[in-house]
Design a protein around this ligand. Structure first.
Ligand SMILES: [Zn+2]
Length: 219
């Protein structure tokens, strides 16, 4: 029997009475097949301890578990749930079974706890996207175009390009926008980073989707 701590990302009904539950844990995404068992632990955004037996491939067999934190305050505001939904989506897009991510997991849990406390939860969610790109090595701080020595004016694939070498789908960023993204990627105090409203939601989503295209969900 194995155990892990983690946060439930999604619960899919499977056939008549079974479920497939996707959990984010420090050792990466873990998937559970749950046979005819209903438990409050097995609901989205619940943090808990899971007891399971290894199954075939990436699919494990859920046996038992206990709730550590239900994050009920996330349900107090619609904005909280939207922000939490963006965090979940970002993890589903960027992480996978067998790819340990203890630091990102820690940040994910911290953000879930902070969402109800901050003034603009969606800003916190956008910050999490930037931190995830940085975590994956996909946000390099470069002063020059990757292909030549010119000043860069856009980003693509974690790198920066001048107008001439920018690949299709690159995101144009002016000096201030680039500086703000760098600040978000490197800054350590969430409170300071979120002190002023974040204007670059669309840009951040574009950068994230360049790296992690939305996949149709497969169990
Ligand atoms: Zn160039």
């Amino acid at each position: 029997m194995n155990t892990c701590v983690g946060v439930v990302l999604s619960v899919l009904a499977f056939q008549e009475s079974d479920q497939i539950v996707t959990v984010f844990s420090p050792s990466g995404i873990v998937k559970f097949f749950v046979k005819r068992k209903r438990s409050p632990l097995l609901s989205a955004l619940t943090e808990g301890e899971f007891v399971y037996a290894a199954g075939r491939g990436d699919m494990n067999k859920f046996r038992d578990g206990s709730i550590l934190e239900q994050h009920l305050k996330l349900r107090d505001r619609l904005e909280n749930l939207e922000a939490a939904g963006k965090l979940v989506q970002a993890v589903m897009q960027s992480q996978m079974p067998g790819k340990a991510a203890p630091h990102l997991y820690q940040l994910f849990c911290y953000c879930l706890r902070m969402i109800p406390e901050v003034e603009r939860p969606l800003d916190l969610a956008a910050l999490f996207l930037v931190k995830t790109l940085k975590h994956e090595g996909l946000f390099q701080q470069l002063q020059r175009c990757t292909a030549c020595e010119k000043n860069p004016s856009s980003r693509y694939g974690g790198e920066r390009y001048c107008a001439e070498h920018a690949p299709r789908g690159s995101l144009k960023l002016n000096y201030e926008e680039e500086e703000r993204l760098i600040e978000l990627a490197n800054g350590r105090s969430l409170k300071e980073l979120l002190a002023k409203p974040l204007e670059q939601h669309a840009q951040i989503t574009t950068l994230f989707d360049q790296e992690f295209p939305t996949k149709p969900f497969t169990a």
